[in-house]
Design a protein around this ligand. Structure first.
Ligand SMILES: Nc1ncnc2c1ncn2[C@@H]1O[C@H](COP(=O)(O)OP(=O)(O)OP(=O)(O)O)[C@@H](O)[C@H]1O
Length: 289
């Protein structure tokens, strides 16, 4: 069957009807989304929802059973070296060499990327207090995670795909880390004013951290994209309404559980002042109850 499925030209990452079937289960089903340039997308969902699998499809490390994914206009399964050079990817388990020190990783990767920014790399490592002289096997899990992200950021990628990059970090380090990672975006652009902000997709269960830095949120449930929009639009238009409180047009119901409905007031403007705004944490719980 032809794979000629149109992807938005302006999208940095585009997925069309992406499906992945393995071990008699649908891990991904019909995932369609377009990530615009400069977006910071938080990819969230319960354990096993398919986040890592979707990210792996986006960067060409997993082959979908159906549909197509593109990155910087190139089919993900057939990325050119030039496109790979514009991508930074950090897997859930850091992809490092146990016997090599941080310095040796920096030296080796620095030689591989023409756009390597040694100054930025060392600055990030310093800010994050990375013990670069230690072999990876003697680093803590958090330091290994930090090193993997510093290495992914150091060639100034246009696209960053990060799979739970901060799960092992303590709250202080996480705050510093998020600042370093998102410098160039929104309020952080005073840190490196001349830098063009990369497009970022980041999966994480740390919703309070995400809420502060994302432009968009993608909710994945059981391999399906449940909701994808800007976080501002979700705050502006989504409301939590107790079941039975008011008559809601069916089209405006995003999701219902036993006690509540989540409604999109763009489809029911009369209900704009009904119900209440949710934090990302609350929205996550309601969408997954
Ligand atoms: N290679 C594979 N073969 C078969 N099943 C797989 C494979 N990789 C992942 N899965 C299954 O696919 C589902 C989605 O896994 P995935 O790791 O993408 O979820 P996730 O949302 O990233 O989870 P977590 O939040 O726990 O990291 C899980 O049920 C997992 O067991």
């Amino acid at each position: 069957m032809s794979q000629m499925i149109e992807v938005e030209r302006s999208s940095i990452i585009g997925c069309r009807e992406l499906g992945l079937h393995a071990d008699y289960a649908n891990i991904l089903s019909g995932v369609t989304l377009d990530i615009p340039r400069g977006a910071v997308v938080g990819l969230v969902g319960r354990n096993g929802a398919g986040k890592s699998t979707l990210l792996r499809c986006m960067v060409g490390l997993a082959a979908p059973s159906s549909g197509v994914s593109t990155l910087l206009g190139c089919p993900s399964l057939d990325l050119t070296d030039a496109v790979r050079g514009r991508l930074g990817y950090v897997a859930q388990t850091p992809d490092l060499f146990e016997w090599m020190t941080g310095y040796e990783h920096i030296e080796t990767l620095g030689r591989a990327y023409p756009s390597w920014n040694q100054e930025r790399c060392m600055l990030l490592a310093l800010r994050l207090a990375l013990p670069l002289g230690r072999p990876v096997r003697k680093m803590s899990g958090g330091d290994q995670q930090k090193l993997a992200v510093v290495l992914a950021l150091a060639h100034d990628p246009e696209v960053l795909v990060l799979d739970e990059p901060v799960s092992s970090l303590d709250p202080m380090t996480r705050r510093d880390f998020m600042r370093s990672m998102f410098s160039g975006h929104a309020e952080n652009d005073d840190a490196e004013p001349s830098r063009v902000a990369p497009t970022i997709i980041i999966s994480s269960h740390l919703l309070n951290d995400l809420e502060r830095v994302v432009s968009h949120i993608a909710f994945l449930r059981d391999g399906r994209l449940q909701l994808f929009d800007t976080w501002d639009a979700m705050l502006e238009h989504l409301r939590l309404v107790p079941s039975g409180a008011v008559d809601i047009p069916a089209a405006a119901i995003v999701c219902s559980n036993r006690s509540h409905n989540i409604i999109d007031t763009r489809l029911a403007p009369a209900l704009h002042d009904t119900g209440r705004v949710m934090s990302l944490d609350e929205l996550f719980v309601e969408l997954n109850s």
